[in-house]
Write a protein that binds this ligand. Structure first.
Ligand code: HEC
Length: 153
């Protein structure tokens, strides 16, 4: 009986720690963490496969690209939920999102659209030549948005 009680007390203590964590973090943190994950793991994952191919350091690898595109699609699927006005600041998480996202929502949407249009061409590429022709516009799409809407570190 004694050990059972100790076990219960431990769970209680763990529960308290978890609820303190929840009290500090909040909905803006969740959105910011999710969009950063889309950027870093999703978009960054595509770059990690695509850039060495572009530089000729690695052979063209359609399967590796497809896997990275799929992971990007999964990581970025909820994009539209992450840019509410209440996500300009996190409760505990830092964000580099610039105020321009909310003062110029059309510009932000256009930057996203430019990237998306370029990415669609890259995703549709069927061979090395079409991939290499499509990639630069994708990189420009990332950069175009970052220049206006992402703060320097
Ligand atoms: C429509 C705008 C937009 C596009 C397109 C875009 N990004 Fe971003 N990116 C942002 C914003 C805004 C942030 C800052 C997010 C934050 O800190 O809340 C960001 C942050 C990042 C980060 C830092 C993530 C972190 O952990 O802090 C990386 C890496 C990144 N982007 C890579 C990319 C790559 C690669 C592409 C293209 C394949 C891309 N992004 C396309 C707007 C964009």
């Amino acid at each position: 009986m004694k050990s059972k009680f100790a076990f219960g007390a431990m769970i209680g203590a763990a529960g308290a720690v978890i609820s303190i964590g929840l009290a500090l973090a909040g909905p803006a943190d969740d959105a910011i963490t999710a969009r950063k994950n889309c950027m870093k793991a999703g978009h960054g994952g595509v770059m990690a496969v695509a850039v060495p191919i572009m530089k000729g350091e690695k052979p063209y690898d359609a399967a590796a690209l497809k896997a990275a595109y799929d992971a990007e699609g999964a990581a970025c699927a909820d994009w539209s939920k992450w840019w509410g006005a209440d996500t300009q600041k996190g409760e505990t998480v830092k964000t580099r999102a610039k105020a321009e996202i909310w003062t110029d929502p059309k510009g932000f949407e256009a930057a996203g659209g430019a990237w998306y249009a370029a990415a669609q061409k890259m995703w549709a590429a069927t061979d090395e030549a079409s991939f290499k022709a499509a990639f630069p516009a994708v990189g420009a799409g990332c950069q175009g948005c970052h220049e206006k809407f992402r703060a320097a570190e």
